[in-house]
Every structure is written in C-alpha cells, then in structure tokens.
Write a protein that binds this ligand. Structure first.
Ligand SMILES: Cc1cc2nc3c(=O)[nH]c(=O)nc-3n(C[C@H](O)[C@H](O)[C@H](O)COP(=O)(O)OP(=O)(O)OC[C@H]3O[C@@H](n4cnc5c(N)ncnc54)[C@H](O)[C@@H]3O)c2cc1C
Length: 408
C-alpha cells in the first residue's frame, strides 16, 4: 500500500510508471482520518519554513496596506459583501442569474425576490469605500421599494407606493444590470481572446502573465465540440501571434477543458476518447507548439481523473510533445489521489527525460462532487469532506513538487 512518505524517497519515482499507477485507484475514497494522519507529516512546516512564511506574509500585508490603490473598487465591494454573508450570497445569485433572464418582467420579479429579504442596513458605513457605501444605499433603497410592493395594502398610500414601484422597476433593473456587468468584468477578462489580450496588457506590462481559460459548458454534441475546437484553435493562434512591444514578461498560455472537445468524454467510451479526443487535442498541441504557446489541461470531475491521465500520458509520449516542455495539466489537491497522481506524473516525466508543467490547485467542483456521491449513495467520497483535509493535501503535494527528487 502506498504511503505518503514514499514520494520523498529519491528512488520511488524512478520506478516504471505502471508500478506507480497501481497506487492511484485504491486511494479513490480512502478513509479520511487515516489518510489525513498519514499525510500530515509531509505537510507540517519546520521552524525555518514557518518563520519564512510569516516574514513573507508580513511583508506582503505591509506592502498592500502601504499601497492605497491596492484594493480596487470592486474588491472593496466583494470584501463587504463576501460569500459568508446572506447579502453576499444574494448578490452573487442575482449576478449569475440576471444576465440570463430574457424578459423584463421575470428580471423584475427576480430582483424583487432577492433584494427584499436581506438586511442591507447593517452594511452601511462598514467600508471606507465610497462605491461600497453608495451601492449599499442603492441596495437598501431598492430593497425598501420592493418590500413595499410585497405588502399590497389597499390604502391610498399603498396604491401610490405600488405605482412608484412599477415606475421605478425599469430604473432599478437597469442599475442592477449595470452593476452586474461591472462585477462580471472582475471575473471575466473579455468576451473574446482579442478583448482579453487587450485588457490584460496593463498587467502584462507589469510582468504578470495569463493562462487564458475559455468559459463554456461541456460539449453535448459533435457540433458543440467542433465549435469549441475551432475557438481553442483560434485562441492559440491569436495568442501566439499577438505582439505587444511594451511587454517583456512570460508568454501567456491557454487552458483547455477536455469535456468541451468531445461529447462522449466519459469512462464508458474510453476507446473513442483515446482516438477521437486524442486526435483533437493533438492537433491543438501541434498548433500551440508551432506558435510557442503552452497548453494546460484543466482538471474536471473526479470520475474522469484516471481517463484524463491515460489520455495525457498518450499525448505526452507522442513525438509532437517530446522535448517541448509546454504541455501540462492541472492537479486538484481536494482529491485523495492527488499525491499519488503527482508521483506517477513525476515518473512519466522521468521516463521521457522531460518536463511536465503542473498547476496545483485545490479544486473548483467540491459541492458537485459531494452531491454526486450522495445521489449515488456511495459510502465514501473521492474528495476531502473538511477544508482542512484539502489544505493539508495541498501542502503535502506542494512539498513534493518543490522537493529535490523532482528537480533532479
Ligand atoms: C489559474 C487557475 C486555474 C485553475 N484551474 C482549475 C482547474 O483546472 N480545475 C479546478 O478544479 N480548479 C481550478 N482552479 C480553481 C481552484 O481550484 C480554486 O481557485 C481553488 O480551489 C481556490 O483555492 P484558494 O487557495 O484560493 O481558496 P481557499 O479558500 O483556501 O480554498 C477553497 C477550496 O477549498 C476546498 N474546500 C472547500 N470546502 C471544503 C470542504 N468542506 N472539504 C474539503 N475541501 C473543501 C475547495 O477545493 C475550495 O475550492 C483554477 C484556479 C486558477 C487561479
């Protein structure tokens, strides 16, 4: 049975990939407490590391505090209306849903439903930001207007109130939609790669770079898959050919979702995945390599992890990738298999005498993973069920990735 400390043994990753592969599946839903106890020593910082982390964190905090410009307007709004407040959750639900509501009546009903139940008053003057306070006033007044509407009293003033509400609804709707657009810009750099590249230029001049991710759903038909494939192809081409003389920093890369490139990207269709999906990604890799744009395969659902690794290995061993070092993948630390996957990837890179760029993240689909297991009535979960588990796993994985045996 695989033990976390094994990865720190320099000879461990020198084994054949087939050997290291055997460690992955048994960890799918391993008992959480047992596995956490075994991972802990790898995540534990020593005194020197703790001191380093503390100094660095202090330095960063001092830098941010000294820079009056560091918390931009929308950041201040998000800080005040964070997702651990009822009001923050309501705003996020509204931001997500409002954009997709096609008609004005439903949009008004949604705004009425969401804004009338929250306590906006308690956020007044909590923040130093003018925008936050102005928005809070707006939300407070909107909430008041829509609450009045709910009362539906039959008195003369009630009728006047309702009239005011009806007349003010389009104004509120417009203002809300505008606010949601501003918030959308915070998370989405551009509607097209050209727009994203232009909006990213300011930060790139400061030395930052981007890994461009395309928002979208999984492909349900071959037509969808073809559209996403064409979009990826042109994004790669555009990124590769984009020249901004003012930018000196590292080149941007493109992140790819396998689920967007094939309508049957699923375990039961392994043969099609390893041929048809393989061919699509290979074409993207060849184009990316020719224009010097690195590619990262995004990590998606837990049940597709092992098939995605099979596909990755086949692509990585293809001559189109050999000696490139620009083809990488994302690994999610909330998976109980994360460390074993990294050990296997290290062996794969070793086997090819090459690099595999790895982006270690915690994982974005936690709620979905939990819900899926509960729907199926499974006994265990492939992800940690406590945040601390994910954090420990992240630190253990990071320690392995930064260790000498990987560098060597
Ligand atoms: C450039 C980039 C690329 C990314 N690509 C991917 C990708 O391909 N695939 C992907 O899945 N994500 C991806 N992400 C998202 C990434 O997984 C999240 O940003 C990350 O989880 C947030 O971590 P944090 O350290 O900022 O937040 P933190 O607040 O420290 O952690 C939040 C995370 O903890 C975990 N968590 C929360 N509650 C629990 C719980 N009860 N039990 C166990 N774990 C819990 C979840 O993973 C949650 O996302 C990407 C992010 C970036 C910036």
């Amino acid at each position: 049975m695989f033990k976390p400390q094994d990865v720190m043994d320099p000879n461990w990753i020198k084994q054949p990939t087939t050997e290291l592969w055997k460690a992955i599946s048994p960890l799918y839903a391993i008992d959480e407490d047992t596995w956490l106890r075994e991972l802990m020593p790898l995540a534990e910082p020593d005194e020197h590391e703790l001191k380093d982390a503390e100094d660095k964190a202090t330095g960063l905090i001092e830098q941010v505090r000294a820079d009056g410009d560091s918390i931009h307007m929308i950041d201040a709004l998000l800080l005040e209306y964070s997702l651990d407040t009822k009001e923050g959750i309501l705003l996020m639900c509204l931001a997500e849903a409002l954009m997709r509501v096609p008609d004005a009546d439903t949009a008004d009903a949604l705004i009425r439903d969401k804004l009338s139940v929250a306590d906006w008053k308690k956020h007044l003057r909590n923040s130093d930001s003018l925008l936050v306070n102005a928005s809070t006033w707006g939300l407070l007044l909107t909430g008041k207007v829509v609450t009045l509407d709910e009362k539906e009293d039959g008195t003369a003033s009630g009728v006047i109130n309702r009239l005011v509400n009806r007349m003010s609804e389009p104004v509120i709707r417009k203002a809300m939609q505008q606010a949601m657009k501003v918030m959308g810009h915070q998370f989405v750099l551009g509607r097209t790669i050209n727009e994203a590249m232009k909006r990213g230029s300011e930060y790139r001049q400061k030395g930052y770079t981007y890994s461009f991710d395309m928002l979208g759903e999984a492909a349900l038909t071959s037509k969808d898959a073809k559209k996403y494939f064409d979009d990826y192809m042109s994004a790669i081409e555009y990124t590769g050919n984009f020249v901004d003389k003012k930018v000196q920093g590292p080149r941007p890369s493109i992140s790819i979702k396998l689920s967007a490139l094939h309508p049957r990207y699923e375990v039961g269709q392994e043969e099609r995945v390893m041929t048809e999906l393989f061919d699509s990604v290979l074409q993207l890799i060849k184009k990316a390599r020719s224009v010097n744009v690195a590619i990262t395969i995004d990590a998606e659902e837990m049940d597709r992890l092992e098939i995605s690794l099979h596909l990755f290995a086949k692509l990585y061993r293809d001559p189109a990738c050999q000696g490139w070092g620009g083809f990488g993948l994302v690994v999610q630390a909330y998976s109980k298999r994360a460390l074993a996957v990294l050990a296997w990837l290290a062996a794969l890179a070793n086997e090819q005498g090459d690099l595999i760029p790895v982006r270690l993240v915690k994982g974005a689909y936690w709620d979905t993973e939990i819900k899926l297991c509960q729907q199926k009535g499974l006994d265990g979960y492939p992800v940690w069920t406590r945040k601390e588990g994910t954090d420990v796993s992240y630190l253990a994985c990071a320690r392995f990735l930064l260790s000498e045996q990987i560098k060597g």
